[in-house]
Design a protein around this ligand. Structure first.
Ligand SMILES: NC(=O)C1=CN([C@@H]2O[C@H](COP(=O)(O)OP(=O)(O)OC[C@H]3O[C@@H](n4cnc5c(N)ncnc54)[C@H](OP(=O)(O)O)[C@@H]3O)[C@@H](O)[C@H]2O)C=CC1
Ligand SMILES: CC(C)(CO)C(=O)C(=O)O
Length: 333
């Protein structure tokens, strides 16, 4: 039977089991995936359950490199190992009920396709990634409950399966669609184990789409500029030439999002607050460029330019940022 998203979104009986009994699969065992998988395992242990968490790795080579442990290192350098199971999409042979997707935005479609045969109307997918395009595209997957997440926790991989939880933040989750209040309360209570709610400062929100647009706007304005000016986030406020670019990009991004009815808010004060709170951070895009990795810029300024083009709005500042960062990709490829 195929269940429509509307049915799922309004059915307070879904899901029926307690979050303490869920089996979680984490697709994308990078910085966020290792952190969340370990915190999920920890939350099972804290409530006396066996840690029912399985990493879904890319292939046999990745499986061969996994020793059965993920290590989480705190910002103060304290390292804690967690025993986890691992598999690959090719080796899966049973239904996946709870899937946390922590791939980079540009890998999500392919990664999800690989596990699709094992998802059904009892499955919940939680998408944790920057950008909004995937969240919008996947929210109506037929018969599968899709929730979105956005986080301000910061993490980076010291080695494979060894993650540093560098900055503690907040995470919001919820459906993009509007759902009835009873179902909303149900999602809030039953999606994640209570202990995880505490350790990851996880909150349910009925305003998920707005939060994703806000984070998207901030990523459009901050990430590329930190590469262009080769600086930490805070310097976009204090370095005059960077600040001038920031103001222009903020104004243009706000105009495009307002005129296309995506987000209606004063962007500069919002972005300033993030920059002050993350002043000494190196943005994820800056880190990707430094490490010679493809960035998520197509999901940020690339998508913004697409929205602007569809509405015949000029966006020269976003185009310049996009061009500048994709030049780095050309060198990598
Ligand atoms: N790190 C952070 O502090 C934050 C990250 N985010 C967002 O979270 C998302 C994840 O970021 P992050 O954890 O840093 O990224 P990483 O690059 O560290 O991790 C992504 C992981 O996904 C894996 N992957 C890609 N494709 C597949 C596939 N088909 N099957 C299985 N695994 C796959 C990659 O494997 P491989 O190495 O083999 O390519 C990699 O291990 C991003 O959208 C990012 O913007 C948001 C806030 C903070
Ligand atoms: C908000 C910001 C810019 C914080 O560094 C971020 O999300 C990123 O670096 O990708």
């Amino acid at each position: 039977m195929t269940v429509s998203p509307e049915q799922l979104a309004n059915d307070p009986e879904q899901p029926t089991d307690s979050p303490g009994q869920h089996h979680w699969h984490v697709l994308g065992a990078g910085a966020m995936g290792c952190l969340w998988a370990a915190r999920l395992a920890e939350s099972f242990i804290q409530t006396g359950h066996t840690p029912n968490v399985t990493l879904i790795l890319r292939d046999n080579d990745a499986l061969a490199s996994f020793t059965g442990q993920v290590v989480v290192e705190s910002a103060q350098g304290e390292a804690t190992p967690f025993n986890l199971k691992a598999t690959s999409a090719a080796q899966l042979n049973y239904p996946v009920s709870n899937l946390l997707v922590t791939t980079k935005a540009f890998d999500t479609e392919e990664a999800l396709r690989s596990v699709l045969p094992w998802l059904d109307h009892n499955s919940t997918i939680c998408l944790l990634q920057n950008g909004i395009r995937n969240h919008l595209a996947l929210q109506n997957m037929t018969g599968i409950r899709v929730l979105s997440m956005t986080t301000s926790h910061g993490a980076w991989l010291k080695h494979r399966f060894h993650v540093v939880h560098a900055g503690s933040g907040q995470t919001f989750f919820g459906p993009l669609q509007t759902v009835n209040p009873e179902y909303s309360r149900h999602l809030s209570r039953s999606t994640f184990p209570a202990a995880l709610t505490k350790s990851m400062n996880l909150k349910h929100t009925e305003d998920m789409e707005k939060r994703l647009w806000q984070k998207f706007a901030a990523n459009c304005v901050i990430n590329g500029l930190t590469v262009i000016h080769d600086c930490q986030n805070g310097a976009l406020l204090t370095r005059p030439s960077a600040h001038q670019d920031l103001v222009s990009l903020c104004s243009e991004t706000e105009t495009v999002l307002t005129q296309t009815d995506r987000l209606n808010m004063a962007l500069y004060p919002y972005v300033r607050k993030i920059l002050l709170a993350t002043a000494t951070n190196w943005s994820s895009t800056w880190q990707d460029v430094q490490a010679g990795r493809i960035t998520e810029i197509e999901e940020f300024n690339g998508y913004l330019c697409e929205l602007a083009a569809r509405a015949n709005l000029p966006c020269p500042h976003n185009q310049a940022v996009l061009r500048s960062i994709t030049n780095h990709h050309a060198v990598i490829r």
